[in-house]
Structures are given as structure tokens and as C-alpha cells.
Design a binder for this molecule. Structure first.
Ligand SMILES: O=c1[nH]cnc2c1ncn2[C@@H]1O[C@H](CO)[C@@H](O)[C@H]1O
Length: 322
């Protein structure tokens, strides 16, 4: 009998968010992975709304069997002055479409508890796809000293490696949202793959791709056509393009099929204060420094450097049009 590979178990940590909605739907249409839960975080919206949106998206998809665990409302250092990107995604996070509130409720476990418990129950077998600020993942690392070892992989959308950020020239939005948490994750020793905007800015869904979605009868295609309008208009204002960056879908697909990206490996540290707060710097090991640095003896992570953008866009279209 042919041996069938079991789908990879994934937990999506998310702040939905228009590109988060795309990534969640893509995951549900990807036979290579099994979504075992969503955990929520602030970022594109506040955490309470992220939880509502996560429950709503699962109801749209008919997948209310998937649990939602609510995440932190504050940063790792208990900061409450959050930067919320409602100007990117609309006040409701989902393109101001006046969706009804969801019927479902989040589970009792917090996001960090859910992450710890799932990793413990399936050691080495769970991948976290982190699409927002990294507070929940850092809390899981701090809650359980075994978490970094138990978790299979953390694939995160974050950082702007050697390019300008999207919050300011230094910082990308997810890392800027909680730089202390990001530094904890990068130095945890877990198997981490960071997909930054140096890569995702190469992956563009064009206006004509959106028209194809619009003319498809598919449930997800129809839903996304509606919410994408706000995302397109933000990209038109901010970047003067008739196209949108596929940040979260690219990170999700890198977890589904690692051959879509190539990577480099090295220790990554995050600037946590000052005008470059949120800056991510990888040490590429090309030089042996005389002095001990903040990067010395730190665990290495993988950082995506190239992406097969046409193949990513094709996968997004094929799986969401259907
Ligand atoms: O200009 C921006 N400011 C804040 N967040 C943004 C911006 N552009 C995109 N995103 C959101 O942040 C993540 C990628 O950094 C993505 O979730 C994207 O939707």
C-alpha cells in the first residue's frame, strides 16, 4: 500500500486583516496542511476584533470545527499603546463590509496556553504560521521552557531584511508591533523561518487577478473580491500601484511548500528602542568579529531571501478561484 504523508498540522496566529483572510482560506484549501486552530492577536485590528473576525471567517468557510483561542491584548512588556493598521484594512479589519457578528465563541484556553498544549501533545509535529506581532508566541516560549523544542516550526511573516520597512524606513509592521516579543522568538532556539517584506513585496496580486476572482463563482473568491477593495485602494494611495502585496498568503504558502522560497541562515536580533525600533538585523557569519556581539552564540534562524513569485500567485489564484 502506498504510504500517504499525513497533512502537516498548523496553527495560524492571526490579526485578520484582509491578507490574513486570504491566508486562512488558502490554508483551508491546501490538502498539504490541517488547520488545528487559530490564535488571535492585535495588529491590523485590536485583539477582540481579531477574535471576532477569526470566528467569522471560519463560519464563512463552514469550518466551525476549528477552535479559536484569543491572544494577548497587550505587548510582551504589557504595553497598551498599540499601533493598529485600520487604515490598511478598514475599521472592521475586513474591508468595511458590514458582516454580521459571528455566532461562535473562542475556547477557554488563551492563545499561548493553546500553543503550549498543542506543541506538547504533538511534539515536533505542529507548525505555527504567525501572521501578526509575535506576542503570543513569545508568551508560549516564556510559559513553557520546552515549547521552543516541542514546536515543529515557526513560519512568521515579519521583518524587512536589508530593505525599508512599511511602518517607517526601519521597521516592518509585525515586528514593530512588539519588537521585544520578536527578539524572544528569534533567539529562542526554535526552528524559525522568517518571511519578510523584502520577499513579500515581490508577490503582487494584480487588478486583473482581482477581476478573475470577481468573475469566479467560488465562495472564497466572491468573499475576497469584496474585502479586497479597501486593500487595493490603500496600495493605490501608499504605493501608487493597482495591485496588492500578498504578505500573509506568501508566508502561509512557504509553510505549505518550503520550495517556494530560498533562505539564508544566521542569528537575528531586533532593535527594541529608539528611532530604529523594530529593525531586524541578521548576522550572516561572513566575518568573525573580534568582540563578543549581541549576535554571538545566538541560535540561528532561516530568513527567506528569494521567492518564486509567479508560482505563489498561481497557487493563490488556483486555490481561491475554485
Ligand atoms: O503600511 C502598512 N502599515 C501597517 N501594516 C501594513 C502596511 N502595509 C501592510 N500592512 C500589513 O502588515 C503586514 C505586513 O507588514 C500585513 O499583514 C499587511 O496587511
Amino acid at each position: 500500500m502506498a504510504t500517504q504523508t499525513e497533512p502537516k498540522k498548523i496553527i495560524i496566529d492571526t490579526d485578520p486583516g484582509i491578507d490574513d483572510a486570504m491566508a486562512i482560506f488558502l490554508a483551508l484549501r491546501s490538502p498539504e496542511v490541517q488547520v488545528i486552530g487559530l490564535t488571535t492577536i492585535y495588529g491590523n485590528v485590536y485583539t477582540t476584533l481579531a477574535t471576532r473576525n477569526a470566528l467569522h471567517l471560519l463560519e464563512v468557510a463552514g469550518r466551525t470545527d476549528i477552535p479559536v483561542a484569543e491572544g494577548s491584548h497587550v505587548t510582551l512588556t504589557k504595553g497598551t499603546k498599540l499601533r493598529i493598521a485600520d487604515f490598511v484594512h478598514g475599521a472592521d479589519g475586513l474591508g468595511n463590509q458590514n458582516f454580521p457578528p459571528p455566532n461562535g465563541k473562542p475556547i477557554e484556553e488563551s492563545a499561548a496556553e493553546f500553543l503550549v498544549n498543542q506543541a506538547k501533545a504533538n511534539p515536533g509535529k505542529v507548525t505555527v504560521v504567525a501572521l501578526g506581532p509575535l506576542t503570543n508566541i513569545a508568551l508560549a516560549i516564556q510559559m513553557d521552557p520546552e515549547f521552543a523544542k516541542n514546536i515543529g516550526q515557526i513560519v512568521l511573516l515579519g521583518g524587512s531584511f536589508a530593505v525599508n520597512g512599511n511602518v517607517n524606513p526601519a521597521a516592518e509592521a509585525n515586528i514593530f508591533g512588539d519588537p521585544d516579543a520578536a527578539d524572544v522568538v528569534f533567539t529562542s532556539g526554535a526552528d524559525v523561518l522568517a518571511v519578510g517584506i523584502n520577499v513579500t513585496h515581490q508577490v503582487v496580486l494584480s487588478g486583473s487577478d482581482r477581476e478573475k476572482l470577481a468573475s469566479s463563482k467560488g465562495k472564497f473568491a466572491q468573499y475576497l473580491t469584496g474585502i479586497l477593495e479597501v486593500y487595493f485602494s490603500y496600495h493605490c494611495d501608499a504605493y501608487n500601484t493597482n495591485g496588492v502585496y500578498l504578505h500573509d498568503p506568501t508566508a502561509l504558502l512557504a509553510a505549505v511548500d518550503p520550495s517556494l522560497v530560498t533562505c539564508t541562515e544566521g542569528a537575528v536580533r531586533v532593535q527594541t528602542s529608539g528611532i530604529t525600533r523594530g529593525l531586524t538585523i541578521i548576522y550572516n557569519k561572513q566575518k568573525r568579529f573580534e568582540e563578543v556581539t549581541e549576535w554571538s552564540n545566538m541560535p540561528t534562524v532561516k530568513v527567506a531571501v528569494t521567492v518564486d513569485a509567479p508560482r505563489v500567485v498561481k497557487l493563490v489564484m488556483d486555490r481561491l478561484v475554485a
